[in-house]
Write a new protein. Structure first.
Length: 293
């Protein structure tokens, strides 16, 4: 059996969240497209820690590992972030840093650089403790915990969206309690009207094959194509039509195969289907592309 390995996503800003878009162009003008924005209600889960309370997650650190720990923090108390023994009554701390909130209701992102020595315990954790405060009601919220480590240490469920999974309350040794809040989430996408089209240049090579994925919404469908960006009306090297009439964003997947395309100025191209009502549209989001190797 032939093993097909796909490389990572080759489309830039496929989710359109970089609103200073420079990657997607209107075919007609060649100018960057105007990204559309919408808001919808969602829920966010996070961990609230009271003064002197702490939570931890077991994780594997290598000796002499270094990198950064990032977290979102909100509330009144600073948080002491440590790499330490997970299982001992008097744990050794191998590294410790402090993240300070803005004393407000606004989340703030803090990044701490960590570096470990060569002498580590065998059962380690990343540990978050709210600093002592005379006000027993003082709390701090943390969310979106990430490790970027030279040696590959990782944190699971750092956004707490899977509740207590992977996290332990230091005091009780049992699962932590998470809190929920209603949030307004922003999403950005590309809206194109009848006969409008957008594209992103990509240096396709002859005989390449691969897969294009994305999401589509609206009355109109769209034709996805690989064609010469300088002559968008010429016959495409590959194209397929994705049907419309979708109330919500719906995923599509399209496999492509190219013949000889040497020397062409190629792009991935989306054209909205024709409709007599010029106000109809198709919305496009989360475009990604992989090439088979
Ligand atoms: Ca998006
Ligand atoms: Ca979260």
């Amino acid at each position: 059996m032939k093993k097909v390995k796909a490389t990572n996503n080759l489309i830039q800003n496929g989710d359109f969240e970089e609103t200073k878009n420079t990657q997607w162009m209107y075919s007609l003008t060649g100018n960057p497209i105007e990204v559309s924005e919408e808001e919808h209600e969602g829920k966010n889960s996070y961990a609230e820690i009271k003064t002197t309370q702490s939570i931890f997650q077991r994780t594997f650190f290598h000796p002499n590992d270094s990198g950064t720990i990032t977290l979102s923090i909100r509330g009144m108390l600073p948080v002491i972030v440590s790499v330490m023994d997970a299982s001992l009554a008097e744990p050794t701390v191998y590294w410790s840093g402090e993240a300070t909130p803005d004393n407000s209701n606004e989340w703030k992102v803090e990044t701490l650089a960590f570096a470990l020595g060569d002498n580590l315990g065998s059962d380690l954790c990343l540990h978050f403790q709210a600093k002592w405060d005379q006000n027993a009601d003082a709390t701090v919220d943390i969310d979106n915990i990430k490790i970027e480590s030279e040696a590959g240490a990782v944190i699971n469920n750092g956004d707490f969206e899977n509740g207590a999974a992977s996290w332990t309350d230091s005091l009780t040794g049992s699962a932590i309690q998470t809190s929920d809040e209603d949030v307004v989430e922003k999403n950005h996408f590309a809206r194109i009207h009848p006969t409008e089209s957008i594209f992103q240049r990509h240096a396709f090579k002859s005989n390449q094959s691969g897969t294009i994925k994305g999401k589509l919404r609206g009355v109109l469908g769209a034709t996805v194509a690989i064609l010469d960006a300088s002559t968008p009306d010429a016959k495409p090297y590959w194209s397929t039509n994705i049907a419309g009439s979708r109330t919500d964003f719906t995923e599509f997947t399209a496999d492509f195969n190219l013949g000889d395309v040497d020397g062409q100025d190629l792009c991935l191209h989306f054209q909205a289907d024709y409709h007599q009502n010029p106000d109809e549209y198709v919305d496009i989001d989360d475009v990604s592309m992989t090439i088979n190797q």
